[in-house]
Design a protein around this ligand. Structure first.
Ligand SMILES: Nc1nc2c(ncn2[C@@H]2O[C@H](COP(=O)(O)OP(=O)(O)OP(=O)(O)O)[C@@H](O)[C@H]2O)c(=O)[nH]1
Ligand SMILES: [Mg+2]
Length: 246
């Protein structure tokens, strides 16, 4: 029985990857356990063979795994800005974004998809009642909470976790965003895209998740990415100064 005959919602999960060769083969089967789910891997010329691993998964799961091998400048934001319009053109109900390092547990996917009945964008939230942080160093947790306070103060966003990379969007919400004006190249994309959603009057909800710190592979947080994250909320504020996001 297919997802559409069971009434399940069809979902495309975008997985941005930069050197996630160990994590990807563990994560993809867990996503595909869920009926109606497909995966789009967006690889940024990883040097550890992630692109090949993704192609092997595409062969193993025909029609359910697709790979976009990016060229040009690397960046999480650049990857998502390219992938979201592609995903929005697909025949799916929801579009999921999640990290490929196993920090985002696929067990939360059904609850997040279900919440799109009430919300246009559902955040897999680390800072909502019922959420937990596992193996996440306290200095990282402090930095993350500080980043959220900074973003909320400047942009007026109200979500508890504005910097989570685990989100589920109604396709209609993705289609409302002007992706070409989302300019953040790195992790600041997460804040900028949420502001764009709020500006487009999307209803933003949160589902508590269990977040597990990275077990395999290295972090991609660079000084450049960090500096961009400080600047982007101000850039967004300037853009929306006449109509502050809710
Ligand atoms: N396509 C693409 N993916 C990226 C890039 N940078 C990071 N990623 C992916 O984005 C997701 C989040 O990156 P992480 O390195 O886990 O960032 P983080 O969670 O803040 O930091 P750690 O988990 O501590 O490493 C992972 O799936 C990465 O592989 C990039 O430049 N391009
Ligand atoms: Mg991570």
């Amino acid at each position: 029985m297919t997802a559409s005959t069971t009434g399940a919602r069809l979902a495309l999960t975008i997985l941005p990857t930069l050197n996630e060769a160990k994590n990807l083969p563990l994560l993809v089967p867990r996503i595909l356990e869920h009926d109606g789910f497909k995966v789009l891997v967006v690889d940024d010329r990883s040097t550890d063979g992630t692109g090949n691993v993704a192609e092997e998964l595409a062969t193993h799961y025909p029609g359910r795994v697709e790979v976009l091998h990016r060229t040009g400048n690397r960046g999480l934001g650049l990857s998502y800005a390219e992938a979201f319009p592609l995903a929005a053109a697909r025949d799916v109900d929801v579009i999921v974004q999640m990290d490929a390092d196993l920090s985002h547990d696929p067990r939360h996917l059904p609850a997040m998809v279900a919440a799109t009945t009430d919300y246009d964008v559902v955040i897999g939230s680390r800072y909502t009642a019922g959420a937990s942080l596992i193996d996440f160093p306290s200095y990282r947790a402090t930095l993350s909470r500080g980043a959220n306070a900074y973003v909320r103060l400047i942009t007026g966003l109200r979500a508890n976790d504005c910097t989570s990379g685990y989100r589920c969007w109604r396709r209609s919400a993705v289609q409302q965003i002007q992706w070409e004006r989302v300019g953040a190249e790195g992790f600041a994309f997460l804040v900028e895209s949420l502001c764009e959603a709020a500006q487009a009057s999307c209803r933003i909800g949160e589902v508590p998740v269990r977040f597990v710190g990275r077990q395999h592979g290295a972090s991609k947080l660079t000084g450049r990415v960090f500096r961009e994250s400080l600047i982007v909320p101000w850039r967004v504020l300037t853009r929306f100064r006449r109509h502050p996001p809710r």
